[in-house]
Design a protein around this ligand. Structure first.
Ligand code: ADP
Ligand code: NA
Length: 341
């Protein structure tokens, strides 16, 4: 029997940070025993904003190595690079023809990201990026997509698009053309974690932690040294309330840092409250820094091992791309047939 599939990915646009890890990658690891899991380094997405080709090449390999270092296990999961599987591009074009421009105009991420250069100067690919993301998911008939909160709207669009294509080309029409099976595409569900779905910047309490934020001080990168982690936590933005608490809308920084502590220490919310409610920032910050360092140290050790072994990563990525291609090619073939090619 075919296991239900889980697909997700990270863009190689910089170093993987704590938000990517707590919002997505950490949860991938928990899913690999139950599902067929495919984890993609979505390098084609990394070209949607100005970038350095040399950097892209390096970040693509680093991102893949970090997936493995975080606990993605190649005996349970396929890890590959998006551009190694050309079907992503092909499906994107086919899906583009079923995507109303109005759907893309509603995407808040496009509005935010295009603000920098001005919407008129933003690349067409930044605008159509959600269609490529839909392709990444629908290509593999994924049931579940573990992502952070910021991807919720793109997942909605993916679901709408799958339904629209199923309606336009699937079902009875497709059967008449000799097509087999049910609908053309599965309708995927997002898996958004209850804690860690939106890790905030360390320097302002309002924006999410992000690879593209100009200040490196605003994020913890998974490969930051112990000293750097301690320093970033020491200097991160806090408030002047007494004691510490979750879920106070006036204290976003406090909720953010306690949530991070909760996850990396492996404690429950109640345990964290019990331990920290009367603490000052001066007491809590070193505690948080130590918990982070302890959690990330084994990831960093494994990263060094993986990148030291010549040829290992290439082998992993080549096997991953082979498996991905096996699933992707029939998906595109079926859609083409249904669309009248
Ligand atoms: P970034 O915005 O840092 O470039 P990506 O767009 O590559 O990250 O997203 C990769 C994954 O990480 C997605 O599942 C996304 O939802 C998740 N993610 C990104 N930033 C955060 C954050 N600050 N908190 C939680 N999850 C996040
Ligand atoms: Na798996």
């Amino acid at each position: 029997s075919v296991r239900e599939r889980v697909v997700s990915g990270v863009q190689p646009t910089g170093s993987i940070h704590l938000g990517n890890y707590l919002g997505a990658i950490k949860n991938w690891v928990a899913l690999q025993d139950t599902y067929e899991t495919l984890f993609i380094v979505v390098d084609d997405h990394a070209t949607t904003q100005p970038y350095d080709p040399q950097q892209l090449r390096k970040a693509t390999r680093d991102t893949a190595a970090l997936y493995l270092a975080c606990g993605v296990d190649i005996s349970k999961s396929s890890v590959f690079v998006q551009s190694h599987v050309p079907a992503h591009m092909e499906l994107m074009w086919l899906l583009s023809s079923s995507t109303p421009i109005g759907w893309l105009q509603k995407m808040t991420q496009f509005k935010e990201k295009s603000r920098k250069e001005g919407a008129e100067n933003a690349a067409v690919s930044l605008f159509t990026y959600p269609v490529l993301m839909a392709s990444d998911i629908l290509l593999y008939q994924a049931e579940y997509v573990p992502v952070g909160e910021d991807q919720k709207q793109h997942l909605e669009l993916t679901r709408d698009l799958a339904q629209r294509v199923n309606h336009l080309y699937g079902g009875r029409k497709w059967k008449k053309l000799g097509g087999r099976g049910g609908s053309l595409f599965k309708i995927p569900e997002p898996l958004i974690p209850p804690v860690g779905a939106r890790v905030m910047s360390l320097t302002d309490g309002l924006s999410k932690m992000s690879k593209s934020a100009p200040s490196d001080q605003s994020r913890i990168n998974l490969l930051d040294s112990k000293d750097l982690i301690a320093d970033k936590i020491k200097r991160c933005k806090t408030d002047s309330f007494a004691g510490l608490e979750f879920d106070n809308a006036e204290r976003p920084e406090c909720n953010n840092l306690l949530s991070v502590y909760q996850i990396v220490s492996g404690k429950t919310k109640e345990e964290v409250m019990e331990e920290c409610k009367d603490m000052s920032w001066g007491t809590f910050k070193p505690l948080l820094a130590d918990a982070l360092i302890e959690h990330l140290s084994p990831v960093q050790v494994r990263y060094q091992e993986i990148t030291a072994e010549t040829g290992y990563l290439d082998k992993v990525l080549s096997e991953g791309a082979d498996r991905a291609t096996e699933i992707a090619v029939p998906t595109v073939r079926n859609l083409r047939q249904a669309m009248g090619f």
